[in-house]
Structure formats: structure tokens, C-alpha cells
Ligand binder design. Structure first.
Ligand code: ATR
Length: 301
């Protein structure tokens, strides 16, 4: 029963018509860690809310979201594959969601306005700065991949005032489109993986989806050094293919996206409840954290 609750959702307080309802929508969604993260946040902050994982296939997205809003849901997290489509369902967008062209959080305001927001970029930056204690101002950042995930993080990365951002992609045209779309934010350029050799970066972010299929693109190992932090937006219980590659090629530090997952959830929680949860106790339970026991890891798995 506990296990079932952890996967499908929870009711954070008394079951009453007053309990505010939230959830995460995606397809598939059973593997989502968001219900357990939001349960921990609700417990820690004493907020009375429920949070469910809701599977919605693409063809039912619009009707099911309207239905959830009619049922009184106060907010939704949005994950793969719906982040771009949900833009059309919001009555207004935050500036960061508009720049990202994607929504990972819907906020139902008291006046009924449904705002689309995007907390992915700030979630990444908060993980890099607060948890990984990484200085970003004046640094060289390389992003591998030029899809929706890359678009979502570029504005928040530029807020940290890096020296420059380079985007390398298998299909260079997609990287060039991002350069055109974001060149007003700072120094940004595009190239193919093969053109990266000989350059050094402080931060290398894997935003490709290759690892999800066990594939490893031909990134040149020469871009890594003892000062380089390699960050994989993907996360897994073991090392991801990118993290393995980074370790084998001499990266100074490696991290996968568990911390970003918790930090973006905290920003959503804050947008909904006006209360900022302490992410440290949740981060401490993540796979790879020194304080994580196997039981704790399993609760997030
Ligand atoms: P997401 O929303 O997760 O970013 P996406 O928009 O489909 O998903 O983008 C996936 C990214 O991973 C793209 O940059 C894609 O490269 P292409 O633009 O060339 O398709 C990249 N990608 C996926 N599989 C890859 C592989 N095997 N090798 C290299 N790049 C890969």
C-alpha cells in the first residue's frame, strides 16, 4: 500500500474537500519521482495538499487538462512529452516559459487565470550553484544537444553571466536556430561535435536524449580537463552513459540531473504555495549522495 502510494501519489493531509490538489502529467508517468519529492516538501512545510502522477496520452492532452482544472486542481507539473504542447493550454505565460517555448508548471491563480511557467532552467542553475558550489560568472559553457531541453535552460544560464555558451549538435541547423533565437542574451555560438576538439570548457552539459536509448554520441574527450564539471540533465540509479564517458575522459567533476529534478520541483512548490521548501534533506537522499542509504535511494527510485 505504501509503495503504491509512493508511485501513484499521496494525500499530504486529512482527506477533505479542502485539501488542494496538484499532480504531474506525462506519458509514461509511473516512474516519476515527483510525487515522492512533493510529499517530502509538503511534510517538511506542513502544507495540506495532495499530489498525483497522472498518465495522459498526447491525443487526450487538451481535454484531460481541462477536466483536471474543472475538478479543481490548483497546479500541475508537466513532463515528457507534453512540455511544448501545454504552452497552448495556458491563459498566460511567464517570461521564462515564453523564452523556453515550454511549460513544466501550470499555476491556477485565485482569479482563475492559468499561468504556464518553466522552472527547469532555474532548477539547473540552483543545483549548480547551491548544491555543487559552482561559479558560473565568466565561465565557458558547452551544451551538447539542441532540442527542447537545451532551449529550456539557455535563458537561466545567461542570467549567471557566463563568458560564452556554445551549442554542439549532431544536426547543426538546430543549434544555429537556437543561436538566432537567443543571441540577444549574450555570446552564443553553434557547431558540430567534430568541431569541438582543442577547446576547453568549465561546464559541459549533456542535453541530448541519446543516453535514454543507451547511445553515446561521438563527443571528443579532449574538451574535458581537471577543471571541467560535466553535468547530465538525465539521471539514473547508476552512472549514465555520459557520466561514464566523462569519468573515463578525465572530467574534474561529474553530476547527473537528480539535483535539478529536486530544485525545479522546489521552484514549482514555491510558485503554488508561496513557501520555499528546504531542498537539502531531499538532495541528501539522492543516489550518489554520501548520506543516502539504499532504502532512501529506493524511495526516490
Ligand atoms: P528534448 O526535448 O529531450 O531535448 P528533442 O527535442 O527530441 O528532445 O532533442 C533531442 C536532442 O538529442 C537533439 O539535440 C538530438 O540531436 P538532433 O537534433 O541531431 O536529432 C539529440 N540526440 C538524440 N539522440 C542522439 C544521438 N544518438 N546522437 C547525437 N545526438 C542525439
Amino acid at each position: 500500500m505504501e509503495k503504491d502510494k509512493a508511485v501513484r501519489g499521496f494525500s499530504g493531509g486529512r482527506d477533505s474537500i479542502m485539501t488542494d490538489r496538484y499532480g504531474v502529467i506525462g506519458h509514461p508517468i509511473a516512474h516519476s519521482k515527483s510525487p515522492v519529492i512533493h510529499r517530502l516538501f509538503a511534510d517538511m512545510t506542513g502544507q495540506d495538499l495532495s499530489y498525483d502522477a497522472i498518465d495522459i496520452p498526447p491525443e487526450e492532452l487538451s481535454s484531460r487538462v481541462q477536466q483536471l482544472l474543472a475538478e479543481g486542481f490548483r497546479g500541475l507539473n508537466v513532463t515528457v512529452p507534453h512540455k511544448a504542447e501545454v504552452v497552448k493550454l495556458a491563459s498566460r505565460l511567464s517570461s521564462r516559459a515564453e523564452l523556453a517555448g515550454a511549460v513544466n508548471t501550470l499555476i491556477v491563480h485565485a482569479d482563475g487565470v492559468v499561468e504556464g511557467d518553466n522552472t527547469d532552467g532555474i532548477g539547473l542553475v540552483n543545483d549548480l550553484r547551491r548544491n555543487l558550489r559552482t561559479r558560473l560568472a565568466g565561465t565557458r559553457i558547452l551544451i551538447l544537444g539542441a532540442g527542447g531541453a537545451t532551449r529550456g535552460i539557455i535563458p537561466a544560464l545567461f542570467d549567471t553571466k557566463p563568458r560564452d555558451v556554445m551549442i554542439a549538435n549532431r544536426t547543426v541547423d538546430r543549434a544555429q536556430t537556437l543561436v538566432q533565437d537567443f543571441r540577444m542574451l549574450g555570446k552564443i555560438s553553434a557547431c558540430k561535435f567534430q568541431e569541438l576538439g582543442g577547446q576547453a570548457f568549465n561546464l559541459v552539459i549533456n542535453a541530448t536524449s541519446a543516453g535514454l536509448r543507451g547511445e553515446m554520441p561521438p563527443f571528443p574527450g579532449s574538451i574535458l580537463g581537471p577543471e571541467t564539471l560535466c553535468y547530465d540533465l538525465s539521471y539514473a540509479m547508476q552512472d549514465t552513459p555520459f557520466v561514464k564517458w566523462a569519468k573515463e575522459n578525465g572530467a574534474g567533476r561529474v553530476a547527473q540531473g537528480w539535483g535539478m529534478l529536486v530544485e525545479q520541483a522546489a521552484e514549482s512548490f514555491y510558485a503554488w504555495r508561496g513557501v520555499r521548501p528546504d531542498t537539502r534533506p531531499v538532495i541528501a537522499r539522492l543516489p550518489g549522495s554520501p548520506g543516502a542509504t539504499d532504502t532512501m535511494k529506493m524511495r526516490l527510485a
